[in-house]
Ligand binder design. Structure first.
Ligand code: C2E
Ligand code: MG
Ligand code: MG
Length: 774
């Protein structure tokens, strides 16, 4: 699952956030700008104050120096008044000193009371010459007329020097005897005088322009190339009673202004802007981070859910992998794990065992009653078994009708007793819906020891022991012994080889005559499979038939046997007026095939053989097992007239009462009883009883494995009808049977022979018997 599918990545901040961010940025930038403005303003104020102080200095200096010059002129006037208008030389020296000290004096002149120039010092004014009236305007004369007898300089109208420079005229009355006797006239060149008067260092910081009488002049220029700043002051000095004025423009130099200014406002602006941008960016990032954190938290939760789901799925999968779906019990994998744990935790002194339990003939339940009931039975079995087990014991299902129990007990005896109890617990019928089912099981037991040291080997060896239990007749347990290894291997090899032998047509049929014990006439032949193995030995039929049953190959094998036997029988029918019947062994697996009766009928029909000529030999246990399940098959066979022979009678249930319930025509007494006839009273008694009861039930009796004459005699005495065995003839080829049918009867000499003679013949038959390849 992809979590990114569920929670989209917050790649963009929404419009509202943008709006807030823009407003915030605007606000912060405005604050920075205001701060910048205020700092700038305060700097401007500082510059203004500095300029004001410079202007004040200029004013003070001008006033001060102008006042000094006024008093200089007043003192000169006083000296004139004291000396009288006669000491020209003294005045001239006085005037020369003054001009020398203050070169801005363009003209110094002593005037008579009527303003005529008496003495003159300084500038060459065309208009000013000794003896001539001093050039005064009418207005100026009017003003002078108003002045009282006080020796105070007054500034009068502006003038222009000969060189065209603006100048100002000062007139100081010379008072003698309380009367104005003369006038001291002083013409001062304004730019020069101002320059001289303003000597303060502050002039370095300003550019000072003056304007007087319509003429502009520069007083201090400062360094060349200096710029004026925007800071400037206008200074006005009214003269001549306000009729004229001397004005100055004081402008602060740009460099000075810049020196006063600090980098603070700009720094504040720049840093403020940067800070604002950073703040907004950090807010945006913060918001994005919050969203991302929320998203990650969401993603985390969904991831946790997913992890939990996966864990659950994994647990479920692990459970499914280790448990059987039908019963919920541990399966092979689960049992392997359980066993591993049990082995690890095994209490010293205890024995650990694995019981491999397999139901006998469970297939019949499935095939006749259906899988639904079969499954139900498989579910009920563990409950029965569980009731016999203790807490740490574990029960599992390997599949099909196979169960596994792992348990620990103090000794082997207890384990084996438990195995018996488990078998007994299954004997009680199972009620499933309206059916009452009887089941039995076989158990293979393997103990944890050197031969079975691991879980895998324990299970495998318990399986081998189970095979032995089945072989021994089912409904019992068998213990694993190491010799079974060879058996297991042998079975494995057989299962591999059977297929090849079938493909290569290596299986053959042999026939053993079945003889009328009274007349010693051949009545029938039993078809017996032979497998001459490519390694040069004959594989015993019990072995390969069991393996073929287990591996599912018995179907092909039986088909071959039946078809071959019926075909041979057809040949004998063709050549003989009194042909033998054919006895064919039918395995339980074959018997359960659905189309068995139909296929048999077709085969017989194909060879024009009457169904009565083919006797089907079924072992007693197969018959009993099929009592409830295959009654129909038996009925059908009976209907078509095929006789049923109970083979190997006496080793299993040994109950003729049972047999009575089947459409059985013949009882074949197991050769084990026949073997003991001569020397074992029990075998004799059993054989006689079977023969008697069989007769009572109108059944035919066949004795198999007759090897000796006395056995034949006894069987005759018991009224046994038919017999087969090495005494007569071994299972031999079809050709050998043909020869018998043609009169070459190997046991012909038996009739009328005594015991010893018969023995000899029997031995000869065994050694050189007519069979060609058995
Ligand atoms: P069975 O049907 O009881 O066959 C009789 C067995 O006794 C045969 O063994 C036969 O060779 C053997 N026998 C006959 N006379 C004597 C005797 O005088 N002394 C001794 N010791 N044995 C004698 P065989 O051929 O080894 O077959 C063994 C079993 O294999 C058969 O027992 C039968 O159950 C099964 N079998 C053989 N052929 C087939 C077959 O085509 N189909 C099926 N389903 N089973 C078969
Ligand atoms: Mg048989
Ligand atoms: Mg038999």
């Amino acid at each position: 699952m992809n979590i990114f599918k569920h929670t989209p990545w917050p790649s963009r901040v929404n419009w509202f956030t943008w709006l807030v961010a823009v407003l915030l940025l605007g606000g912060l930038l405005t604050c920075a700008a205001i701060l910048f403005q205020q700092l700038r303003q305060s700097e401007n104020d500082q510059i203004d104050r500095y300029l004001d102080s410079i202007a004040q200095h200029i004013e003070t200096d001008l006033h001060g120096t102008a006042g000094q010059q006024a008093s200089v002129q007043a003192r000169m006037a006083m000296r004139l008044a004291f000396d009288g208008p006669f000491d020209r030389a003294a005045w001239a020296a006085d005037a020369a000193r003054l001009i020398e000290a203050h070169p801005y004096y363009d003209v110094l002149a002593v005037l008579d009371a009527d303003y005529r120039v008496r003495w003159l010092a300084g500038g060459e004014q065309a208009a000013i010459a000794e003896g001539r009236p001093f050039p005064l305007s009418v207005e100026a004369i009017g003003r002078l007329a108003e002045i009282g007898p006080e020796m105070v300089s007054i500034a009068l109208e502006p003038l222009q020097t000969a060189s065209g420079q603006p100048a100002i005229l000062f007139m100081t009355p010379v008072i003698a005897d309380d009367e104005i006797s003369n006038w001291l006239a002083a013409v001062m060149v304004v730019p020069d005088s101002v320059k001289a008067m303003l000597t303060g260092f502050y002039l370095r910081d300003v550019i000072l322009d003056g304007s007087f009488a319509g003429v502009d002049f520069i007083i201090s220029e400062g360094a060349v190339g200096q710029q004026r700043s925007e800071f400037a002051r206008q200074l006005e000095f009214p003269l001549n009673g306000g009729r004229s004025s001397l004005s100055f423009n004081v402008a602060l130099k740009s460099s000075t202004a810049e020196q006063i200014r600090t980098a603070l406002p700009a720094t504040v602006l720049v840093l403020g802007s940067i800070l604002a941008i950073l703040m907004v960016a950090s807010v945006l990032l913060g918001l994005a981070a919050t969203r991302q954190a929320r998203y990650l938290a969401g993603a985390n939760i969904s991831l946790k859910h997913e992890i939990r789901d996966r864990q659950l799925a994994e647990q479920e999968l692990a459970f499914l992998l280790t448990h059987d779906s039908l019963t919920g019990l541990p399966n092979r994998q689960g049992m392997l794990r359980q066993l591993e744990q049990s082995i690890e935790e095994l209490i010293p002194g205890r024995r650990l065992a694995v019981l491999f339990i397999d139901l006998d003939q469970f297939k019949d339940v499935n095939e006749t009653l259906g899988h639904h009931l079969g499954d139900e039975l498989l579910r009920l079995i563990p409950d029965r078994l569980q009731a016999e087990l203790d807490d740490p014991d574990v029960i599992g299902r390997l599949g099909g009708d196979e169960y596994l129990v792992s348990l620990q007990r103090k000794d082997a005896a207890r384990i084996e007793r438990l195995a018996v109890n488990l078998l007994k617990s299954l004997e009680r019928p199972f009620q499933i819906e309206e059916h009452q089912l009887f089941v039995t099981a076989s158990i293979g037991i393997a103990y944890l020891d050197a031969a079975s040291p691991s879980p895998g080997e324990l299970i495998q060896n318990a399986d081998a022991a189970l095979f032995r239990a089945k072989q021994l007749g089912r409904n019992q347990f068998a213990l694993f012994v190491p010799e079974m290894f060879a058996e297991v291997e042998y079975r494995l090899n057989l299962s591999r080889d059977i297929r090849r032998a079938l493909d290569e047509g290596r299986f053959k049929l042999a026939y053993q005559p079945i003889v009328d014990l009274e007349s010693l006439e051949i009545r029938g032949v039993e078809a017996l499979l032979r497998w001459p193995h490519e390694d040069g030995y004959f594989v015993p039929p019990q072995d390969f038939i069991r393996v073929a049953e287990e591996t599912g190959m018995v179907h092909r094998l039986s088909q071959y046997a039946l078809a071959q036997a019926v075909s041979d029988l057809a040949a004998w029918h063709a050549q003989s007026d009194d042909p033998p019947f054919l006895a064919v062994n039918i395995s339980g697996v074959q018997f359960r095939e659905t189309d068995f009766v139909r296929d048999l009928s077709l085969l017989l029909h194909h060879h024009r053989i009457s169904p009565g000529c083919v006797h089907l030999e079924i072992t007693e246990d197969v018959l009993i097992e099929n009592l409830s399940l295959h009654h129909d098959v038996l009925k059908q066979l009976d209907d078509i007239g095929t006789p049923i022979v109970v083979d190997d009678f006496g080793v299993g249930y040994s109950s003729l009462a049972y047999i009575k319930n089947f459409p059985v025509s013949t009882i074949k007494i197991d050769q084990g009883f026949i073997r003991g006839l001569g020397h074992d009273a029990d075998d004799r008694a059993i054989t006689r009883t079977i023969c008697d009861l069989s007769r009572e039930l109108s059944l035919l009796t066949v004795a198999e494995g007759i090897e000796q004459m006395d056995q034949l005699e006894l069987l005759r005495a018991f009224g046994c009808n038919l017999g087969q065995g090495y005494l007569f003839m071994r299972a031999s080829s079809a050709e050998a049977i043909t020869a018998v049918l043609n009169g070459e009867v190997p046991w012909r000499d038996l009739a009328g022979r005594n015991q010893d003679e018969a023995e000899e013949i029997s031995l000869a038959t065994r050694k050189n018997g007519p069979q060609r390849w058995v």
